[in-house]
Design a protein around this ligand. Sequence first.
Ligand code: NAP
Ligand code: ZN
Length: 357
Amino acid sequence: MRGFGMKEVGKTAWLEKEKPVAGPLDAILRPIAVAPCSSDTHILHGGGGRRENLILGHEAVGEIVEAGDLVKDFKPGDIAIVPATTPNWLAPGSQSGKCNAHDEGARKSFKFLSVKDGVFAEYFHVNQADANLAHLPDDVSAEAALMVVDMMSTGFHGVELAGVEFGDTVVVIGIGPVGLMSVAGARLKGAGRIIVVGTRPNCVRIAREYGATDVISYKEGDIVSQVMKMTGRGSDRTIIAGGNKDTFAQAVAMTRETGVIANVNFFDARDNLTMSSLEWGLGMANKDIRGGFCPGGRLRMEKLLKLIQYGRIDPTLIISHRFNGFDKIEDAFNLMDRKEPDLIKPVVLIDPPYDRR
Ligand code: NAP
Ligand code: ZN
């Protein structure tokens, strides 16, 4: 089979691979809609270490072409949404009741791009299909469901980590697709004021549609003093969904005592994250610092899909570019890699008739 990926760090290529085989609990799918992600480009450029002959992609909606003998709820022909993280549910880490992204170690539930090929292929493998896949509901489009598998799950995880409560003042640093989902999630959780940090005009416009009340630019002065000037004592919750190593200290500094700093940003492995003790209230200001990875699994997907089904959110606002056909994966990926100013999230509809709305 063919797949689009990387020959080595920094070098993309179409690769020829063996079609994957399903174990008794697993499924093989063919993609009907996929989306490139900034995490794919991080991996291409070496952010995950050395990788060779690897098919990229971890955001997909697909058709089941083969289901293992022990799979009960999915059969060939079913359309399923595939979470970016597909935990091994037999591992204690995914049974802890905490974030299921860490089944056999930190972030180990992220199987695509780490232990196996990704979804930019004619066929791809999903472990433990009954526990990881979710049926695509009739009233949800494939492209809306595609925004659930990573963007919504991660952006909303930022909101969960932050513990947003009614009336809170929330700062969301970064309004790419992940941060935009955090803005929408913060509003759903009852935030009062939502201050966002970002500059791209289309992201700013969509942030306002999702509920941002104020917008500040990191290009126009220190964001900590901007937030302090607007709020007096700082935010109740600060969600980091973009930025660089300095963003961490800024987030801690702009959060008031008893507040929470929640990170879903992918920091560079070569960086040290530092802050002055003063910014952390000399360690005595009861400021919580949390960080987490995209939760996966079937229940997570089904619950997030309900928010679309019942009109609570339209995640398709973050889709800025649409491509049609399998061969267009390369163009969509290159667009993501170049990060052009009008780009938010590209999607590739491989089989347009499946997008039923
Ligand atoms: P993105 O499209 O690159 O957006 C980044 C945002 O950060 C933009 O709004 C950008 O502003 C803003 N920004 C850039 N530099 C900044 C600075 N110095 N200070 C403040 N804001 C700054 O990224 P994305 O696709 O939304 O992803 C966000 C992060 O989440 C990435 O690191 C990604 O790898 C990570 N991620 C994590 C998970 C997880 O499970 N934890 C899952 C998926 C992705 P402009 O408007 O000026 O561009
Ligand atoms: Zn992703």
